[in-house]
Design a protein around this ligand. Sequence first.
Ligand code: XMP
Length: 520
Amino acid sequence: MTQHQRLLIIDFGSQVTQLIARRLRELSVYCEIHPYQKVDDAFLAEFAPKAIILSGGPDSVTRDGSPRPPESVFALGVPILGICYGQQVMMQELGGLVETGHGTAEFGRAYVTPTAERLPLLDGWFGGVDGREQVWMSHGDHVSRLAPGFAVFGTSPGAPFAITADPSRNFFAVQFHPEVHHTPNGAKLYENFVKLAGFTGDWTMASYKDEAIARIREQVGDKQVICGLSGGVDSSVAAVLIHEAIGDQLTCVFVDHGLLRLNEAEEVVTMFRDNYNIPLIHADEADLFLGELDGVSDPETKRKIIGRLFIDVFQKYASQIDGAEFLAQGTLYPDVIESVSFSGGPSVTIKSHHNVGGLPEKMGLKLVEQLRELFKDEVRALGRELGLPDKFIGRHPFPGPGLAIRCPGEITREKLEILRRADAVYIDQIRRHGLYDEIWQAFAAILPMRTVGVMGDGRTYDFALGLRAVTSVDGMTADYYPFTHEFLGETSTRIINEVRGINRVFYDCTSKPPGTIELE
Ligand code: XMP
């Protein structure tokens, strides 16, 4: 476990629990999210949190059997902040009362007014319009009697106990969500909370890098490590970090499945060979992948074929490396957070994500996963710390199955070639207009239809192209990017003029949900 001061977030299933962790990490505070069922006395003793946050959640504390933290949480003597459901659970457990309804539900924007007393948690607050603060509420239940020792420090029309605290124990409980964007000054509350809990902001990328390097050396010893490189940010940062730690004991395998973007393979291979001198196997397996995908149009079948072949190919090359005992993966923190699920069952598979799952057991490999404590933007910060070029670090995410899922229907070499060139023009347009860093992910997709057009005096019967661009925090939800009409018009004209085989361009204005980011 990390050497840093630690904050524990106990998750009761709120949709926005991850945002609490983001806010804290931005304050250079190390925190982890754990589902309430996992948090028992043994866990608390080992984790040794310096402070605790109780998240929101969809349940009602008035219901028998609703989620609770262990009682011992309140006896640890560390500062606690309860948010929404977390506030209600605190009140209930500490001797107050929570009730449902009576017209006091609040959803959306609300304004909190201070009471007379001053509370260090609120330093820098209530400076805005009329001395009130805008907050985001989302609650059906409300606290109707405070627990002993607590007092009110802020009220809103629907929540007479919007901000409550027992300052003598450093227990704070708020009805609203300070972590969301619609509580504009919410970060200040977290800043005050961690300050009064004694956090010194010791979670920095420079120190993390040094520790991670030491841990990799200790884990790996003098053995060999292999790393699957996709050219994406995560696996690239993992590779460079491990290379710093163990040098030539690392070999990277870059599997080129023939579904990469224009010049992608050359760029990745050059960047690794020239800048880092990392032993790299460039596995050109386009014929194998495209051969097996020939005639396949079902999205899930495509994904499964690619996933299976990736493992076969990786295994083939990895077995040529003498003494490989470890496999490095760019697994990130959002992939390992076990969120509380109230659905009671496994969630529906929307898409089979492709990774190297299954490989470690099959080959008897142990995993090196040094990024598993990090969020995506922290991986980028680590990449900068390691000296990776900005242009590389800022790249939009690119999925493992590559262009296969941007080519709905059957995949052909002809379509892939058209798509590569059209995508390059689109991305060039975005860069020229200075929009690349504002957009979370942008790409073109070749649609499974031909349409009639007219160019010069002649008829055309060519493919239609779909353009996608989204903003997002983590890819779980997304909004389509609001390009101007001028931008879209100019881009469409450029693509049709510069790319033979496309005579029509559509812009996808679907958010996620209901759409997904990729087309398949
Ligand atoms: P969707 O399409 O599910 O995508 O909204 C969310 C994010 O995940 C990426 N994605 C993948 N990444 N392997 C990956 O490594 C995959 O199989 C895969 N499928 C989707 C997608 O590009 C987006 O960033």
